[in-house]
Write a protein that binds this ligand. Structure first.
Ligand SMILES: Nc1ncnc2c1ncn2[C@@H]1O[C@H](COP(=O)(O)OP(=O)(O)O)[C@@H](O)[C@H]1O
Ligand SMILES: [Mg+2]
Length: 309
């Protein structure tokens, strides 16, 4: 996998002295979906703004396909599409006009087929002659995506793409993002909405207080830090855990009518099997069984809580 964005020892100090980014080094690979995950104020928008050349950096460097975002600004900007966090659309312009204009701003020749293709993909083609002010919030957001794709960028940045949108629109946006990836676009998205990262990211970078505190393949992360729980409802309540079961990390709950067994998500199912086998040996009758798996959200809350201590 080759890196398309290289961020080295990046620091950002705002004019008021606030250090929003503190010595960040990250490589973003061509063709991946990477999610920058972090609470409000973590520095996500600042990081994206620097990569996109909208904010100056204080120290360090960022290159895109080998071009420096400060020195080769025009070149790097042409490789990037940005869907900003804030709505930035002209209310009286039409959908088609908005998207065509955006392409023009990058000095690219008109390309009707390309623009039609984008608008169709985003289910906006039928609304191409509608004024922006007449569109729903969800559609406006799709216009922002179409705008960002108008000049055929290799990398698409989405800053909080589904903040404040309804569930259907959120799912639609995820489908659009996955489609773009399939067509080779590298995608960087920020979110404080963890389910979003869990749903679509290949890799997750957790950013907190201007530092990257973790960066890892999502599936690896969930295996490494995730836990599972086996919950056993018993026919007859038990007061003490039988000797043969003490070696497992089992707790009694609900006045003895429920057993809870916690284990790492990376463990093999044989561990669960051993617990169940031990219960059978003890002639303990099971009424019901459930398993739970921790979500990326649980893992994330734990991580940030640990940072604070
Ligand atoms: N123009 C600015 N001047 C001073 N501080 C800023 C400015 N923009 C953002 N910040 C501060 O930098 C920190 C990171 O902000 P931001 O990058 O917007 O975080 P996020 O997008 O993760 O919510 C916040 O504490 C914010 O208040
Ligand atoms: Mg932000």
């Amino acid at each position: 996998m080759s890196a398309i964005i290289e961020i080295k020892k990046l620091t950002k100090q705002y004019a008021d002295g606030y250090r929003a980014l503190d010595d960040i080094s990250v490589q973003i690979n061509e063709g991946e979906i990477i999610s920058l995950l972090g609470p409000n104020g973590a520095g996500k928008t600042t990081l994206i703004s620097i990569i996109c050349g909208l904010t100056t950096l204080t120290n360090g460097s960022v290159t895109i396909a080998g071009f420096d975002v400060v020195r080769d600004y025009r070149k790097t900007r042409s490789l990037i599409g940005l869907v900003p966090q804030e709505m930035t659309l002209e209310p009286f312009e039409t959908v088609l006009g908005t998207v065509n204009l955006s392409r023009g701003l990058f000095g690219k020749k008109q390309d009707r087929a390309h623009i039609e293709n984008i608008l169709r993909q985003l289910s906006l083609w039928d609304r191409r002659n509608t004024q922006i002010r007449e569109l729903s919030g969800g559609m406006k957001r799709r216009v922002l995506i179409a705008k960002a794709l108008s000049h055929e960028p290799k990398i698409l940045f989405l800053d909080e793409p589904t903040a404040g949108v309804d569930v259907d629109m959120r799912r639609d946006t995820w489908t659009v993002i996955k489609d773009l990836k399939r067509r080779g676009v590298t995608i960087v998205l920020t979110t404080h909405y963890i389910e979003e990262a869990e749903e679509i990211a290949d890799r997750v970078a957790v950013i907190n207080g201007g530092k990257i505190i973790l960066i890892e393949e999502k599936n690896e992360l969930m295996k490494r830090l995730g836990t599972k729980q086996l919950c056993v409802e018993l026919e007859k309540p038990m007061t003490d855990i039988p000797k043969s079961l003490i070696r497992f990390d089992i707790q009694i709950e609900n006045s003895g009518s429920r057993l809870l067994y916690r284990y790492d998500a990376s463990m093999k199912s044989t561990d669960v099997h051993s617990v169940l086998a031990a219960l059978a040996t003890e002639n303990i009758v099971i009424k019901d069984l459930q398993t739970y798996e921790s979500s990326l959200e649980d893992i994330f809350v734990d991580l940030v809580a640990k940072e604070k201590n």
